[in-house]
Write a protein that binds this ligand. Sequence first.
Ligand SMILES: NC(=O)c1ccc[n+]([C@@H]2O[C@H](COP(=O)([O-])OP(=O)(O)OC[C@H]3O[C@@H](n4cnc5c(N)ncnc54)[C@H](OP(=O)(O)O)[C@@H]3O)[C@@H](O)[C@H]2O)c1
Length: 292
Amino acid sequence: MTIRDVLVKDEHVRAAHIEEGWVRLEGKVAIVTGSSSGVGKGIAIGFAREGATVVVTCSHNQAGAREVAAEIERLGCQSLVVQGDVGRKKDAHALINQTQAAFGRLDILVNCAGISLRAPFAEFPEEYWDIIHRTNLKGTFLCSQAAVPLLRQSRGAILNIASINGAITTYNFAAYAASKAGIEGLTRGMAIDLGQYGIRVNALRVGWIAVERDVDLGEEIRQKNAERFPLRRIGEVEDVMGPAVFMCSDDARFVTGAVLPVDGGHSIIFNSGYPQGVVPEGAWDRPEERIR
Ligand SMILES: NC(=O)c1ccc[n+]([C@@H]2O[C@H](COP(=O)([O-])OP(=O)(O)OC[C@H]3O[C@@H](n4cnc5c(N)ncnc54)[C@H](OP(=O)(O)O)[C@@H]3O)[C@@H](O)[C@H]2O)c1
């Protein structure tokens, strides 16, 4: 069965897309690490909507990974679940080998597996530091390096999931911020070294996306935070799908080493102290006072 045979809830949109030749990842095989939940789950399903075969990965949450794989198959695409720790070289190679054994190729690797642990810097536990860097940064390095031979054959693409915290950050987030800033540097370095093989490497600098762990977030807190975003809302996993598909599709064939913010504009605004960015009347500048 191919994607063309399947009827899904967004069947009208998809039918139109297929009609217009807009299904952008058909025939591609993608790995999305950390796709048992959250942002990675969204990207994996977004890829399947575009016709890709998707390898779903987790470290512990096998039930979540299996659900995502079932959703991908419901969309008419093939899927495989692989469990492992991205921070272990053996597991990174096993992921690539299992993908090759199942599908014979690899076109896209999305390094999304990640973790954030918060604590005040002065008391920040060394083991938190190690877990964060081993997963976020070393995991991206290991999976990407293991994928290079197959991506050379397909002239494929790597997409790293960075964070707004790599650019601006907040209290108790220093180690996570460092790991995500590191991913941006790694993205540029990999893009330079792998360009000669036709492999593109880009990153999404993702802002706050509501995921499963935010389910208990009250409406009041959600609204209060939403006011800090120029687009007046925090993100949903669906907001990451389009940019991820674009970066990994042939539409972005001349884009490499780029870091695309996907954050509702959160990173371009500083806290003016005015609610919802509305400047009170008395705060208007009067030209006669300012221009002499
Ligand atoms: N949500 C946001 O607001 C946001 C914003 C910016 C960036 N991001 C980034 O998006 C990515 C996903 O985050 P999320 O918010 O969607 O969190 P999440 O729902 O907790 O997803 C994390 C994913 O990473 C996997 N994972 C964690 N440690 C791993 C390891 N050592 N080896 C293999 N897989 C591992 C998890 O698998 P298991 O569940 O099986 O452990 C899960 O699939 C992270 O890189 C995060 O930094 C998120």
